[in-house]
Design a protein around this ligand. Structure first.
Ligand SMILES: Nc1nc2c(c(=O)[nH]1)N[C@H]1C(S)=C(S)[C@@H](COP(=O)(O)O)O[C@H]1N2
Ligand SMILES: [Mo]
Length: 421
């Protein structure tokens, strides 16, 4: 029995070895018992060098790009003034009231005049049992590229909403922040009540956020408390929050809607270049890198295409669906998260991350970003256009399925490239 088994194994192994040898060195190496080489060790030096220059996955709070309105901007007020207007942790007060124009019935509004306004201490008490964290890119619908990627911590807004004991006529929640007591400066956003009460499609909750990357929210990022809406563009995440209004209004009433924006549009999947080369040497392979925003539709591929700039393209293919796109490598989860995260550890629990190991449960993570890299083959001297695009989890290529700019940017990115002799 034993002999026959050995004979069988010998024959089988030899056949396998012969087969693999036909596949060339790569096949033979794959069969060897050497430990698997890390991705990094297998990459071409030029590619690895470009990857090493990429930004960290998390953005430090001070490195976010700032999109703030107000004259003066609330975060520019000095500490004494911020204390006076309730923009410090020890002075912050939130009113959660009924909309006088479209009344929702509340048994117990939280308001200054009744002495029931909600304080930062109240928020921290709720945080002891209800704190949640999730990673998300903050992206301005009008600008397009993420302003930064962070781990946001807060208490679900619904926990505070329930304190008001609503009974009837609650269809919309709108909210705004400190605006220098000038109605002209108010910047308001809104959500259907259902989105506040329930988290569909595996999304994290809408939160009253007080920490970013494990640190208290700074004035610039909207501290002491801002709203963060996981799946939405930045304008839904109101900074310096002071008022939540519970309403029987049934339409969106965001200030951003007044600028022709599609205010119900969730984050799109798209990619763009980071540090693209302007000039490369002829016949030399070269590296390109970038980021991809992982919108609600997910991300399966990033692709790159290099086209001679004088090549004509058929008019009936405006999104270059027939171009010879090449797959780029979507970089694996980093081992260094960055962003000033204490001990560089994703705090546990964080939505989408394993509580024990701190590693992501899937990758890339929806609502965040991923980085990508590709080594392109050497080309003859000339002028070229480099483009990149994403393929989402449904197999749809950027800029589809929602190409309209006023619902968020998803244009196919392009950069010019000179290949010199
Ligand atoms: N109160 C208030 N909240 C606000 C804004 C504002 O001007 N005032 N800008 C919004 C917009 S349009 C965006 S894109 C994000 C930007 O967030 P960040 O400055 O933290 O990057 O904040 C949002 N929250
Ligand atoms: Mo924005």
């Amino acid at each position: 029995m034993h002999d026959r088994l050995v004979a069988f194994l010998n024959e089988h192994t030899q056949a396998t070895r012969r087969y693999l040898l036909r596949c060339g060195a790569a096949g033979a190496a794959a069969m060897s018992v050497l430990p698997l080489l890390a991705e990094d060790d297998r990459r071409e030096a030029a590619l690895q060098e470009a990857i090493d220059k990429l930004e960290a996955w998390l953005t430090a709070p001070d490195d976010f790009r700032d999109v703030s309105r107000g004259k003066p901007k609330p975060h520019s007020l000095d500490e004494a003034k911020r204390k006076e207007v309730g923009l410090t942790r020890d002075t912050w007060k939130l009113e959660v009231i009924s909309d006088p124009e479209n009344r929702a019935l509340l048994r117990r509004p939280l308001c200054e005049k009744d002495g029931t306004a909600f304080t930062f201490d109240d928020l921290q008490k709720l945080a002891e049992t209800h704190a949640v964290r999730f990673a998300k890119v903050m992206t301005c619908l009008n600008i397009g590229c993420p302003l930064g990627n962070g781990v946001w911590e807060g208490v679900p807004l619904r926990e505070v909403l329930w304190l008001t004991q609503p009974t009837e006529n609650l269809r919309r929640v709108f909210y705004y922040g400190y605006h220098n007591d000038d109605p002209q400066q108010m910047f308001r956003s809104s959500l259907p009540a259902g989105r506040v009460l329930e988290d569909l499609y595996g999304l994290p909750p809408v939160i009253l956020c007080y920490k970013l990357n494990g640190q208290w929210l700074t004035p610039e990022r909207g501290g002491p408390v801002r709203v963060v809406v996981p799946e939405a563009y930045g304008f839904k995440s109101i900074k310096w929050l002071t008022h939540v209004v519970l309403s029987n209004e049934w339409k969106a009433n965001d200030t951003y809607g007044e600028q022709n924006n599609d205010v119900d549009s969730p984050l799109k999947t798209f990619c763009d270049f980071l540090n693209p080369p302007a000039k490369v040497a002829a016949d030399q392979p070269f590296a390109v890198t970038g980021f991809a925003q992982v919108g609600v539709s997910g991300l399966t591929k990033v692709q790159v295409w290099m086209q001679a700039s004088d090549e004509k393209w058929p008019e009936d293919d405006p999104h270059f669906s027939k171009a010879p796109w090449r797959d780029a490598e979507i970089l694996a989860p980093p081992t260094h998260w960055g962003g000033g995260l204490p001990d560089d550890q994703i705090p546990a629990p964080t939505h989408g991350f394993d509580e024990k190991t701190g590693r992501p449960q899937s990758w890339p993570l929806r609502l965040t970003h991923a980085h990508w890299a590709a080594l392109l083959p050497g080309s003859p001297a000339g002028d070229y256009v480099l483009r990149c695009r994403t393929i989402d989890a449904a197999g749809v290529a950027q800029p589809l399925p929602r190409p309209f700019h006023k619902s968020g940017r998803a244009a196919i990115a392009k950069v010019r490239l000179t290949v010199a002799k």
